[in-house]
Design a protein around this ligand. Structure first.
Ligand code: HAM
Length: 435
């Protein structure tokens, strides 16, 4: 601990930083987050999704069983710890297993046939940080339980594309694939293992490890050597059972009907163990290496695997940081409508009274609480971009008035304190601001 007698050393000061791979999100970036979140709520609620908030940490088994023992996440990336009571816990690396756990725990399928949830919140993965990849990041995701219909897959893909396009993200690309299920996987896996066994010499060490643990995970390797190997491997989409092929064709058919553009990518398997049939990913160019903005798919069998009934499910999650990085840069609206300036410090009580009345009329405002000079206060008003400034001086106050200055036009006039709040609100409305 540091006391005032022993000032912190340089090393101690350096220690007081956000942990590697985490970020402080503040204005003006935080307003963009709020915009994305509000658009998500608006978009998803139109499709009948309701918010669910699950704990930030769960019993580690939730992810071992849910995300899957052979996934990179469980193998290498979990923030796992034993708490003071000896419980084995993990900071959630993704949102799907906690929502499935809650679905089973609260028997949520009993009241409605199709149950739909969305969530917004932090996730944790011990990954190597880089632009667009963090150790604490935030996902906006949805999960829909209870229907095997290809219509639901298509509907949530369409919902995701519309939400992102409406936010102004351009060059969005949708990739789609089917990874089959218990009907076609065993035969395909045999072929895949055989093909990989012949190519082991050409694979990276990491891919050979993946081949041992789960041959499908080889497809997720980004190593250039493995990319060449992957090109030679059999494609699961060419080994689908007739039922799974027609399910996939149905998903594509809906998207064609609605004019949603996509590319079928036979190498897309996604790095989580629970996917069955449809998988998809949306990328945005301009993000660099971490260009996947959103990923998802169908996970029929997961609810049963986690102790529930045999209920199908499908969903997706988007990375909030990546969406914000891909948003078009535009003028950000000011955070404040009005700044109250006082000519002298002793007018603070009057300033606070004025601020209360302005806020009661819906005006977003603040003032100077440091007794700075008029000049410094006007500078502060300018910096915060408030379109209106109210100036309180002793002579005006004696007459029951103050000065209202509109910053863009530079016009100023005296206004009675009695009606100030409504006048400011009106001026802001005319100015195109929020009042
Ligand atoms: P995921 O592909 O692992 O899928 O993650 C979804 C999205 O989260 C990614 O497309 C990316 O935008 C973002 N993301 C992932 N890791 C990071 C990171 N380290 N830093 C920043 N952003 C990241 C899932 O998590 C599944 N639960 C999605 C799902 C829901 N499937 C079905 N339902």
């Amino acid at each position: 601990m540091t006391t005032s007698d022993s000032l912190p050393t340089a090393a101690e000061r350096q220690g007081l930083r956000a942990p590697r791979g985490t970020r402080d999100v503040m204005s003006p970036e935080v307003e963009r987050w709020q915009e994305v979140e509000a658009a998500a709520r608006h978009a998803f609620e139109r499709y009948g999704f309701r918010e669910m908030r699950t704990p930030i940490f769960e019993d580690s088994k939730v992810f071992e069983k849910g995300t899957g023992e052979t996934s990179e996440i469980v193998q290498k990336e979990m923030y796992r710890f034993v708490d003071l009571g000896g419980h084995d816990l993990t900071l959630r690396p993704e949102g799907t297993p906690p929502v499935v756990r809650a679905y089973v725990e609260h028997k949520l399928g009993q009241s409605l046939d199709v149950v739909r949830f969305y969530y917004i919140g932090p996730m944790f993965r011990y990954e190597r940080p880089q632009k667009g990849r963090y150790r604490q990041f935030h996902q906006i995701g949805v999960e829909a339980f209870g229907s095997e219909s290809a219509g639901v897959d298509a509907e949530i893909i369409d919902m995701a594309m519309t939400w992102l396009a409406d936010l102004g993200l351009d060059s969005l690309e949708l990739k789609l694939n089917s990874v089959g299920d218990k009907d076609d996987r065993p035969v395909y896996m045999e072929k895949l293992v055989e093909a990989q066994s012949e190519l082991l010499d050409e694979m990276s060490e990491d891919a050979r490890r993946r081949h041992q643990i789960n041959p499908l995970r080889v497809f997720d390797s980004k190593d250039p050597r493995d990319r060449a190997v992957i090109e030679k491997l059999p494609k699961i989409i060419e080994h689908l059972s007739p039922a799974n092929r027609s399910h996939f064709e149905e998903v594509c058919g809906y998207l064609d009907d609605w004019g949603v553009e996509y590319e079928v990518d036979p190498r897309l398997v996604r790095g989580l163990d629970y996917y069955r049939r449809t998988v998809f990913e949306i990328t945005s160019s301009g993000l660099g290496a971490q260009d996947a903005v959103l990923g998802g798919g169908r996970y029929d069998g997961l609810v049963a695997h986690m102790g529930g009934d045999d209920v199908p499910g499908v969903g997706f999650a988007a990375g909030l940081e990546r969406i914000v990085l891909a948003l078009p840069q535009g003028d950000r609206p000011a955070n404040l409508d009005c700044y109250v300036v006082t000519v002298s410090r002793d007018l603070m009580p009057e300033a606070l009274r004025v601020l209360r009345r302005l806020r009661a009329c819906g005006v977003r405002c603040t003032g100077d609480f440091q007794g700075r000079s008029m000049k410094a206060q006007m500078k502060a008003a300018n910096r915060c971009g408030a379109p209106a400034v109210v100036i309180l001086g002793p002579d005006e106050l004696a007459k029951g008035v103050c000065t209202l200055k509109m910053m863009e036009s530079g016009e100023q006039h005296e206004v009675s304190l009695e009606i100030l709040a409504t006048v400011v609100a009106d001026e802001l409305r005319q100015d195109g601001g929020e009042g």
